[in-house]
Design a protein around this ligand. Structure first.
Ligand code: C2E
Ligand code: CA
Ligand code: CA
Length: 631
């Protein structure tokens, strides 16, 4: 007697190995992993049923026809079930995006199979060499499985932009292996190759895609960045909120240098072991020196932060040496504010940097507000970048009234940017941010170029304009070469220095006085004047007026407001204006909105008035018309 069952046993061993390796490891249990686990179980069941079928047919006399039939049909049904589960697995990554209808329809062939199997018999024969089953039940199973195979291949092709290439290729290869086996099986009825082909395919899928080890960090055996990405992407898609605690060893490379890579690895393992034990957490190592703890409950995260802080204050014992480390901790209250993984990952790195700025052993708490602030910053960066590329940095000009001359003789240049939708963004929304990331330097240059072009092209002097005031950011003031940059641009447009007033603020003076004084000297030699802007906001200091070679002082609008509300402020302001005058400087009052305010400052003898009372800042093609109407 020869039983044709060797291949099935080989298949069984192969699948059992895959099952053991797969379930013997730490798992994250995301959708594709769960789907593969189900596929594996069904394939295992199918192989066992395949073997049982051979035995059942062989021992048909002892078992009886009903039991034998049942085993054969169960085996056939398991094949269709594999097709069904395989189709779900193929799109597990993106299954949430399907409508219920499509999910339901994948079950239809299984239902058809059940109906068919319950209505029709299976036939089988046994001879000396082999055992085989045949008849319409076999054919319908073939047809339905073929249908699944073709459907999966078509789906992989149609969804090629949504399913990762690796996933598509691997699944397609497995499908062709099974397809090939079915053809052989169809013609050689007594070679039971199907189970072996299934076992091969699922081992291949396991090796290429589904080994949980791919999501584990080699050194620490905690989950790695790939695992983090998979599970967090899924959490975001299904709106499952997580609290994240991000911590990084900030002196990672120094420790590495001093103690060596082996000690570093041991240290990392110690830290990972400690953090992995924190209640309610899943630990990920997403970078050499960076870990993320993910929590379902914020309370667990809160107490984990306390524990980590406490532990990080203590040294770590590694190979008999005590190593002290510096760590930065950022606490992201909820992942709900993020629409996709990439923006979350960017935010993790960003907030980690912010926490480093706080210094060691401090926690940077990231609440909704912080996230909104950062998202706003990203939008602003994009808008500025767009404005650079599309030349939509615009300069508006606010006329400044010269009381003695009875007309407008000065304009203050004020920058705006227009975003993609044509909306104007005011400097209050982007200057501070652009100063932080350095974009202000380029903005400053573009603005200055546009001003010079405007002065040269429009012959502003013919409108009685004597000077244009240009705001200089602190960041520009601390650049050594700002004077030569500005002089070059003026030279290019043949704009004489006396047409340009540069506005600086007291904060520039407090930063780098030496550079500022050099810059001022160089530009004053070129003919430019200097204005001390925003005087009276914050902690103004008369010594700044004395030590900086400014020609004009601009009184801030907050002072104007306080002036009317508080008699002491009025007395102080009157005194200040007097002192400024005695020092030989002129005074601009800005933010004047009413006639009452205007008349008050006129009586004080200030030289210039700037404010909505006369005009708002106007675009370059309107401002000269406005001036002309006044002439
Ligand atoms: P700033 O230099 O104090 O400019 C005056 C601001 O007050 C302008 O706001 C102006 O529109 C506004 N303003 C003028 N008159 C009135 C008034 O009567 N009432 C009120 N409530 N506001 C008035 P803007 O254009 O939004 O500029 C805000 C700030 O942005 C400026 O304050 C300046 O610090 C900065 N900025 C503007 N343009 C530039 C630039 O080209 N470079 C740099 N570095 N900073 C700039
Ligand atoms: Ca100004
Ligand atoms: Ca000002």
């Amino acid at each position: 007697m020869v039983w044709n069952v060797e291949l099935q046993f080989a298949a069984l061993i192969l699948v059992l190995i895959v099952v053991m390796v797969s379930f013997g490891q730490k798992r994250l249990n995301f959708a594709a992993e769960r789907s593969f686990a189900r596929l594996l179980i069904i394939i295992l069941a199918s192989i066992i049923l395949d073997i049982l079928t051979v035995f059942a047919i062989y021992y048909k006399a002892e078992l009886g026809a009903t039991a034998t039939n049942f085993v054969c049909k169960a085996y056939l049904l398991s094949l269709t079930a594999i097709g069904c589960q395989a189709s779900w697995f193929a799109v597990a990554e993106i299954r949430h995006s399907f409508r219920k209808f499509w999910v339901n329809i994948t079950v239809a062939p299984v239902v058809v199979e059940i109906i068919f199997l319950s209505l029709r018999p299976v036939y089988y024969y046994k001879n000396n060499n082999s055992i085989s089953i045949y008849g319409p039940c076999i054919y319908i199973t073939y047809v339905l499985c073929l249908l699944y195979t073709v459907a999966i291949l078509v789906m992989l092709f149609m969804l090629r932009n949504e399913i990762s290439t690796k996933m598509r290729v691997t699944i397609a290869v497995s499908m062709f292996v099974i397809l090939g086996a079915s053809v052989i099986q169809f013609f050689l009825k007594d070679v039971f190759i199907m189970s072996f082909a299934l076992a091969l395919s699922c081992s291949y899928l396991f090796m290429k895609l589904e080994n949980p080890e791919y999501h584990l960090d080699f050194a620490t055996n905690v989950f790695n960045r790939e695992g983090f990405k998979l599970i967090i992407s899924e959490n975001i898609t299904f709106k499952e909120a997580k609290s994240l605690v991000v911590f990084r060893i900030t002196d990672y490379s120094q420790i590495n240098e001093i103690f060596g890579a082996r000690a570093m690895e041991k240290l990392i393992i110690e830290i990972a072991n400690y953090a992995d034990e924190l209640p309610g957490s899943t630990l990920f190592r997403i970078d050499d020196s960076m870990f993320v703890l993910s929590f379902d409950y914020k309370d667990n995260a809160d107490s984990a932060v306390d524990k980590l802080l406490k532990r990080f204050r203590q040294p770590w014992k590694v190979g008999g040496v005590l190593i002290e480390i510096n760590t930065s901790i950022a606490f992201i209250e909820s992942t709900m504010a993020f629409n996709d993984y990439d923006s979350l990952e960017e935010a993790i790195y960003f907030f980690n940097k912010e926490s480093v700025k706080l210094g060691p052993m401090k926690v940077f708490e990231v609440d909704e507000n912080e996230i909104k602030k950062r998202q706003h910053n990203i939008e602003i960066t994009r808008a500025i970048d767009w404005a650079f590329k599309n030349d939509t940095v615009e300069v508006y000009y606010q006329p400044i009234y010269d009381i003695k001359a009875g007309k407008f003789t000065v304009l203050e240049a004020l920058v705006r940017i227009r975003d993609e939708n044509g909306t104007l963004i005011l400097p209050g929304d982007f200057i501070e941010f652009a100063e932080k990331n350095g974009m202000i330097l380029r903005i400053g240059e573009i603005v200055f170029r546009k001003i010079c072009e405007f002065v040269q092209r429009m012959h502003v002097q013919e409108y009685g304009i004597e000077r244009i005031e240009v705001n200089l950011s602190v960041v520009q003031c601390i650049k050594e070469d700002v004077a030569s940059v500005l002089k070059n641009i003026m030279g290019e447009y043949q704009v004489p220095g006396y047409l340009i007033d540069l506005e600086i603020t007291e904060s520039s003076a407090s930063h780098t006085e030496r550079v500022l004084l050099n810059t001022m000297k160089e530009l004053k030699d070129y003919g430019c004047n200097f204005v001390l802007d925003d005087y009276g906001s914050g902690y103004s200091n008369l010594t700044n007026i004395i030590k900086l070679p400014v020609d004009v002082v601009k009184i801030d609008r907050s002072f104007v407001r306080a002036f009317f509300e508080n008699k002491k402020v009025r007395i102080a302001a009157e005194g200040t204006i007097e002192v400024i005058h005695e020092l030989g400087l002129k005074v601009v009052v800005e933010g004047v909105e009413t006639e009452e305010e205007y008349l008050m400052f006129k009586n004080f003898g200030v030289e210039y008035i700037q404010g909505y009372y006369f005009s708002r800042p106007l675009p370059k093609d309107k401002v000269l018309n406005f001036i002309q109407e006044w002439m």
